[in-house]
Design a binder for this molecule. Structure first.
Ligand SMILES: [Ca+2]
Length: 141
């Protein structure tokens, strides 16, 4: 049966209920939150990769320095002005790398220095820290 003009008008005029509107707004909010989360996560991934690339470059410069001097430099600033390192001693979050010319206790001989980025939170010893040796082991897999 065809709805009469009168019924059709009434249906159209009813519009959305408050519950339907709340539901749509809640779903849109969730979708926007997910999109924002993904954007921020993607930006952080890029910063992690950039930081790891800088650390790789610094590692190569440290090893070249070691070949020439039979020791690692006392500070990263010794290397930074040299043509061996294009970048700086700052990670992607503009925080200085932690560097020590000695390896971690018990580390293999070729890991003769320590180079760590504090990660996005800028705090040492948290989960987002990037240790050059751990990053290299992960990318080698
Ligand atoms: Ca950290």
């Amino acid at each position: 049966m065809q709805p009469t003009t009168n019924t059709r008008r009434r249906t159209h005029a009813r519009g959305f209920s408050l519950l339907e509107l709340s539901l749509v707004i809640a779903i849109m909010g969730i979708l926007m939150a997910v999109a924002a989360w993904n954007l921020i996560g993607g930006a952080d991934d890029a910063k992690v990769k950039t930081t790891e690339a800088s650390m790789q470059q610094i590692k190569n410069a440290l090893q070249t320095y070691h070949l020439n001097n039979n020791a690692f430099p006392p500070t990263l600033q010794t290397l930074i002005p040299s043509p061996l390192v294009q970048g700086s001693d700052l990670d992607s979050w503009d925080k200085p790398f932690y560097y020590s010319p000695t390896g971690k206790p018990g580390a293999p001989k070729e890991q003769g220095f320590t180079l760590i980025s504090m990660g996005a939170d800028g705090i040492a010893g948290t989960e987002d820290d990037i240790d050059i040796w751990i990053a290299l082991a992960r990318t080698a897999k």
